[in-house]
Ligand binder design. Structure first.
Ligand SMILES: Nc1ncnc2c1ncn2[C@@H]1O[C@H](COP(=O)(O)OP(=O)(O)OP(=O)(O)O)[C@@H](O)[C@H]1O
Ligand SMILES: [Mg+2]
Length: 250
């Protein structure tokens, strides 16, 4: 569905050139859950911004469904790292932002949103403002907003990074439910090794900046996954070793 080949990007920081992405290759198949795991500041968000079409790479090629494109703009739902909800809109109004901007049938969008609020355990909070919701609730609203774009490819940038472990594991369940039921394809950014292994079919481990693919790990385990299972622990150790190796080099 998505293929990136030789993506390079440099920026100027304090007037000095800084290489962020150094020839990155990556593939996400239809219906796959793929994680990008990499140290803080390595260039993960930069890469998602390139795929979403917010910035342009210096070189490299992007293919979407087999066709070369300049970006996937218009084809992806992007949940950005600091995806704050609009404070002056209620939770439901935030959730239906996508259909509203597209000029779609609002009555239908509201109806769909209400169904999802129910499903995500947010029933009764439709008319609350973001400031009245917990962090986990806000992320669920943002996830519903992402779903209501109707796109099949999701780019999710550390959506659960700021949540406590318990809330995060609840949200993992919601996300996997959505992934399976609505047949989505997900490119998921995280710097949490265990989160990557719990969720993904494949994990791309990136090097420290400038980012390249250091390793690609398949996770052939059925979901929901059990952290205590020997196969899970083996994969975790292997990934941990690769991460440590990278941190040493950096
Ligand atoms: N607009 C910008 N101006 C200056 N520097 C930038 C800009 N965008 C990114 N950078 C730098 O580029 C590097 C990569 O940033 P990026 O946000 O892609 O990293 P990241 O892997 O998403 O990090 P994190 O895990 O902390 O979110 C960082 O060193 C960052 O400081
Ligand atoms: Mg980032």
């Amino acid at each position: 569905m998505l293929r990136l080949s030789g993506i390079e990007k440099g920026i100027l920081r304090n007037g000095l050139p800084l290489k962020v992405l150094a020839g990155l290759d990556l593939e996400v198949g239809e219906g796959e859950f793929v994680s990008l795991l990499g140290p803080s500041g390595c260039g993960k968000t930069t890469l998602l911004n390139i795929v979403a079409g917010l910035i342009r790479p210096d070189s490299g090629r992007i293919f979407f469904n087999g066709r070369e494109v300049s970006s996937c703009r218009g084809h992806v739902a992007y949940m950005q790292q600091d995806d704050l909800l609009l404070p002056w809109r209620t939770a439901l109004e935030n959730a239906i932002l996508g259909p509203e901007l597209k000029g779609a049938d609002l009555h239908r969008a509201r109806h769909e949103a209400e169904g999802l609020f129910h499903r995500f355990g947010l029933e009764g909070f439709e008319d609350h403002y973001p400031a009245e919701l917990s962090g986990g609730m806000r992320q669920r609203v943002a996830l519903i907003r992402t779903l209501l774009t109707g796109k099949r490819l999701f780019l999710l940038d550390e959506p659960f990074g700021s949540l406590d472990a318990m809330t995060r594991s609840v949200l993992h369940r919601y996300l996997l439910g959505v992934f399976e039921e609505f047949e989505k394809t997900i490119l998921f950014v995280t710097h949490d090794l265990e989160e990557a292994l719990l969720l993904s079919d494949r994990v791309y481990l990136l090097t420290a900046r400038p980012a390249r693919v250091k390793a690609l790990l398949e996770v052939p385990l059925p979901r929901p996954r059990d952290r205590g299972e020997p196969r899970f622990i083996r994969l975790e150790r292997e990934l941990e070793r690769l991460v440590q190796e990278e941190l040493h080099v950096a």
